[in-house]
Design a protein around this ligand. Sequence first.
Ligand SMILES: CC(C)(COP(=O)(O)OP(=O)(O)OC[C@H]1O[C@@H](n2cnc3c(N)ncnc32)[C@H](O)[C@@H]1OP(=O)(O)O)[C@@H](O)C(=O)NCCC(=O)NCCS
Length: 214
Amino acid sequence: MKINQNTVLQGQRVTLVPYTSAHVPRYHEWMQSEELQRLTASEPLSLEQEYEMQRSWRDDADILFSPECTFIVLDTARWAGQERADEDCMVGDVNLFLTDAEDPTLGEIEIMIAEPSYRGRGFGKEATLMMMSYGVRNLGITKFEAKIGQENETSICMFKKLHFKEVAVNSVFQEVTLRLDVGDQERQWLLEQTNHVEEKSYVEPKLPAGTLET
Ligand SMILES: CC(C)(COP(=O)(O)OP(=O)(O)OC[C@H]1O[C@@H](n2cnc3c(N)ncnc32)[C@H](O)[C@@H]1OP(=O)(O)O)[C@@H](O)C(=O)NCCC(=O)NCCS
């Protein structure tokens, strides 16, 4: 049972909903893209493996490398009040990992706007801010890190816009680490940036007939 399992965060551009089996087929389709595999340093999985990942994320507490919190990013304008299936509104995902067993106040954040037509329109920035605000308020996170491929200028620029600073470069993995310490001022800023967000209860969508149930 994950802390965000029943949480919907509705923002202006994006709505964050917990990752459920109804989201797996579209997610799996995205991750067939070699560009996304490269940009997110991910290995392609079979559809069955993706269902298993989703199930173990939801059910298995504390498994290694499993995100503490995963939200699917939906397009608010398509989703809100229109009774469309989540699957038709999915644009990406955002994850928060607790990577340091000795420091549960450190959160590593990952964001992907998978649908190319949605990039560069403020969706990534709003989703990241919403996840950060959620992490600060609900998980007691006081520092964030993002590990990004050195060539991924868009993502590096976005995190710098969000007040992250470059703190390390790993030349073996060709990756930079950006970090944000959330002191009083940053916390205030983060809460202001997300004070339009409405928190609601999530109603899990029904699976379409014939979909693999786990
Ligand atoms: C990186 C990513 C999350 C950014 O999200 P996005 O919705 O495209 O970005 P936004 O429109 O919210 O822009 C946020 C900031 O990023 C920067 N940015 C956005 N597009 C950019 C581009 N094409 N080139 C350089 N910087 C760019 C800008 O600084 C922008 O801030 P501004 O609009 O105030 O100037 C998204 O493009 C993405 O997921 N790409 C593919 C997968 C990926 O690279 N994931 C990150 C792995 S670490």
